[in-house]
Write a protein that binds this ligand. Structure first.
Ligand code: ADP
Length: 405
C-alpha cells in the first residue's frame, strides 16, 4: 500500500514539475515574445500552437499596416504640394520633401520643432494663430526667401484628428509673376496709348472747327470711336492702379450723402430725361475710405443702371444700413440678367450681350473696377436680378468704416 502511495506521489510530483516547467516556458515567452514559442506537450501543445497561430496573424496584420503606412507616406511624398503635419502644440510630426523645399526645412533636423520657430514671419504666425482660434480663412500668400530665391507660396491649414493640423503649401511663383507681367503690360500699353489718343483728339477737334471738314460724314463716327478708346484706356489705367497692391488706400472721412447728390445730378445729365431717378433713402452715414475710388464705383453702378434700362424706366438710389453695414444700392427696372451670368459680371470684359454693351458705350470694365474698389475697402458687391424686371446692385461696406459723429 505504502509502495503504491509512493509511486502515486512520485507520478504527481513529476506531473507537477512538468506543469511548472511548461508554465515557466510560457511565462518566459510572454516576457520576451520576440523569441520562438516553445513546443508544448499535451494540452500545453494546443495552447502553444494556438498562441503560435495568433502570433502569426498578428505579425501579418502588423506587416500589412506597415506597408499601408509606407504606401501613404510614399503618396504624400509624391504629392506636388508641400505637406506638414503638426501636433496640438504646433510641433512638426511629419513633413514631405516638397514642404522642406518650400520652407527651407530639413526633415531629419526639424521634426519635433515648433513650426513658428522655423518659419519666422509675422503673417504666417498670425495666420496659424487665427487657425487655432477657429477663424475660417482664405489661403495665405507668403513670400519666402529660400536658397537665395524668392518663392511665393499659397498656404492653407486644415485640422484633422481634433487637435492636429496639416499645412498644405503650393508654389505660385510662376503664376503670380506671369499675372504681374500681364498687368504691367496692360498698364504700360494703356499709358503709351494716352499720348497718341490726345493727338488724334486734337486733330479731330480742329477738323470740327474747319468749315471744309465739318460736313465729313465720317467725322462723328471718328470722334465717337476715339472717345470710346479713350474711355477704355482710362478704365484700364484705373483698374491697374487699383490692382497694384502698393498703391495705398487713402482713408478720408467721406460725406457719402453729399457725394450721392452730385452723382444724381450727373445721372440726370446722362439719362437726358429718359428715366425717373428717385432717391429712396439717404441716411446721414459718413464713412472712412477713398472718396475718388468710391465715387467711381458708385458712379459706375448708376451709369450701368441708366444704360441697361430703356426709356421711361425708374432708378432708385439708397444709402442706408443693412445689418449694421453701410450699403449703397441702385435698383433699376431695366432688362435684368439671367442667374448664370451674375457670378461672372465682375470679370474684365465679361458681357451678357456683347452687341448691346458696345452700343451702350460701355468698356466692359465697369463692374471689375467696382469690385476692386470694394475689395480695397473690405466690402463686397451683391447683385440681385430678374430678367425683364430689373436689377439691384448693392455695394456693401464693413461696419467698422462708419465714422461716428
Ligand atoms: P459694360 O461696359 O459692358 O457695361 P460692366 O463691367 O459695367 O461693363 O458690366 C458688365 C456686364 O454686366 C454688362 O455688359 C451687362 O451685360 C451687365 N450689367 C451691368 N449692369 C447691369 C444692369 N444694371 N442691368 C443689366 N445688366 C447689367
Amino acid at each position: 500500500m505504502s509502495l503504491f502511495l509512493g509511486i502515486l506521489a512520485s507520478i504527481l510530483l513529476v506531473l507537477l514539475v512538468f506543469q511548472i516547467r511548461q508554465r515557466q516556458q510560457l511565462h518566459c515567452w510572454l516576457e520576451t515574445p520576440e523569441k520562438e514559442i516553445p513546443d508544448g506537450i499535451g494540452a500545453w501543445r494546443d495552447l502553444f500552437s494556438k498562441l503560435h497561430q495568433l502570433r502569426r496573424e498578428e505579425r501579418k496584420e502588423r506587416q500589412s499596416l506597415y506597408s499601408q503606412l509606407g504606401h501613404f507616406r510614399k503618396a504624400a511624398q509624391a504629392m506636388p504640394n508641400g505637406v506638414i503635419l503638426l501636433d496640438e502644440n504646433n510641433r512638426i510630426e511629419w513633413i514631405n520633401t516638397v514642404a522642406c523645399r518650400h520652407f527651407g526645412l530639413d526633415a531629419s533636423r526639424d521634426i519635433d520643432s515648433k513650426i513658428e520657430h522655423l518659419v519666422r514671419q509675422r503673417k504666417f504666425y498670425e495666420y496659424l494663430g487665427n487657425f487655432r482660434l477657429g477663424t475660417v480663412q482664405e489661403p495665405l500668400i507668403l513670400s519666402r526667401e529660400v536658397h537665395h530665391s524668392t518663392r511665393i507660396l499659397s498656404i492653407v491649414i486644415v485640422s484633422f484628428d481634433k487637435t492636429d493640423a496639416m499645412i498644405l503649401s503650393n508654389d505660385k511663383t510662376e503664376i503670380i509673376q506671369s499675372e504681374i507681367a500681364q498687368k504691367d503690360f496692360i498698364a504700360n500699353v494703356s499709358h503709351e496709348l494716352r499720348t497718341p489718343l490726345t493727338v488724334v483728339f486734337g486733330f479731330l477737334e480742329q477738323m470740327l472747327e474747319d468749315q471744309a471738314q465739318v460736313e465729313n460724314p465720317f467725322l462723328p463716327l471718328m470722334i465717337s470711336q476715339a472717345k470710346r478708346m479713350s474711355r477704355l484706356v482710362e478704365d484700364l489705367l484705373t483698374l491697374s492702379r487699383l490692382e497694384n497692391s502698393s498703391s495705398p488706400l487713402l482713408d478720408d472721412v467721406i460725406d457719402i450723402p453729399g457725394m450721392i447728390e452730385i452723382l444724381c445730378s450727373e445721372a440726370e445729365v446722362l439719362s437726358n430725361g429718359s428715366h425717373t431717378i428717385e432717391i429712396e433713402k439717404i441716411e446721414p452715414i459718413r464713412i472712412q475710405g477713398n472718396a475718388d475710388e468710391l465715387r467711381s464705383a458708385f458712379g459706375n453702378l448708376i451709369s450701368n443702371a441708366i444704360r441697361y434700362t430703356s426709356e421711361g424706366g425708374v432708378l432708385t438710389i439708397s444709402w442706408k444700413l443693412d445689418e449694421n453695414c453701410p450699403s449703397f444700392s441702385v435698383t433699376d427696372t431695366g432688362i435684368g440678367i439671367l442667374p448664370e451670368h451674375i457670378p461672372r459680371l465682375t470679370e474684365r470684359f465679361y458681357r451678357v450681350d456683347k452687341s448691346r454693351s458696345s452700343a451702350t458705350g460701355g468698356t466692359g470694365l465697369g463692374l471689375a473696377i467696382v469690385k476692386q474698389v470694394l475689395t480695397r475697402h473690405q466690402g463686397r458687391l451683391d447683385i440681385e436680378s430678374e430678367i425683364g424686371r430689373g436689377s439691384i446692385f448693392s455695394a456693401k461696406l464693413p461696419s467698422d468704416r462708419i465714422v461716428k459723429i
